[in-house]
Write a protein of this length. Structure first.
Length: 296
């Protein structure tokens, strides 16, 4: 287990790849867990050894709230933008793009696939913290920066005195930025990414895969990471110029490998992601045959 001063870095299964993620634990007089995507046995060990008194979730995605349900009868707080939405399955279906892409019928089908723990993880969240406010847990100062884009409420816990920031889904993986829910926004994603580089921090901890970056490494990785957005723009433009309509465009695999598009939720995110790029490039999807019309 890695440790930076009083912060323990708890790894998720399978190199913290989605649907797992990395958690932080503040080992001080107040026992605080930030996100719960770490491995169950790791979290149970920490709980046994030190205890957990408070959970703070950066956002509502299931890989970051994965093990909230292991901890009973404690406060679980999320960011203020997502608190109400995350409490209901209807709310989460909407921000995931399920309603946008498939309507109410799709929402009903999707609901039937959700694991009970997943529903409990969100339903048991008890309140919201404030953005940009300095909290002090047993002497550790932390601020939850509002860094929208990945989701509209996404927050990055920043420890100014330690020079550490947990960047969650600014994960610098080769997949590139994820903003595919209806609450994701490409421009915000870019702005928030740039903001992270302005922090007085030497240590950037991502939610998935590699994990710990120096500022210099993170800055270089961010250039590559954000460049994926332009590469997606170029791909979409090329296919549109070949005459593809929206439905055809969402079968080629702009974001996800083509074969994974058989999975309904992956297909949902592919579709809503492609819509965002089309809108950014000035196109709209029109009519039953999903023809593309240039607006700008
Ligand atoms: Zn996420």
């Amino acid at each position: 287990m890695n440790r930076i001063g009083p912060i323990l870095i708890l790894e998720g299964a399978n190199f913290s790849k989605v649907p797992n993620s990395r958690s932080l634990y503040l080992n001080c007089s107040e026992k605080v867990l930030i996100d719960t995507g770490a491995e169950e046995k790791v979290l149970k060990n920490v709980d046994r050894e030190h205890g957990v008194q408070l959970i703070l979730n950066t956002h509502y995605h299931p890989d970051h709230t994965l093990h909230n349900h292991l901890f009973k009868n404690i406060s679980k707080l999320i960011n203020p933008v997502e608190y109400v939405t995350s409490l209901t399955i209807e709310g989460v279906a909407s921000v995931n793009g399920v309603f946008q892409e498939w309507g109410q019928e799709g929402v009903e089908k999707w609901k039937a696939t959700l694991p009970d723990d997943w529903v409990r993880n969100l339903g048991e969240i008890s309140g919201a913290y404030h953005y940009e406010t300095e909290y002090k847990f047993g002497g550790i100062k932390v601020q939850f920066l509002h860094t929208p884009g990945h989701t509209s409420g996404f927050s990055c816990p920043y420890f100014p005195e330690l020079g550490v920031v947990y960047t969650g889904d600014y994960d610098m993986t080769s997949f590139g930025p994820w903003y595919n829910g209806t609450d994701g926004d490409i421009e915000d994603f870019i702005e928030s990414g740039k903001r992270l580089l302005t922090l007085d921090a030497d240590t950037y901890i991502t939610g998935h895969q590699k994990g710990i970056f120096s500022k210099q490494e993170f800055s270089k990785a961010m250039d590559r990471f954000l460049a994926k957005i332009e590469q997606r723009d170029e791909l979409v433009t090329r296919y549109v110029q070949q005459g593809m309509n929206f439905d055809e465009l969402t079968t080629v695999g702009i974001f996800y490998p083509k074969k994974s598009l058989k999975n309904t939720i992956i297909k949902t995110w592919e579709r809503s992601g492609v819509r965002k790029h089309l809108n950014r490039l000035g196109y709209d999807v029109i009519g039953m045959d999903c023809q593309l019309v240039k607006l700008k």
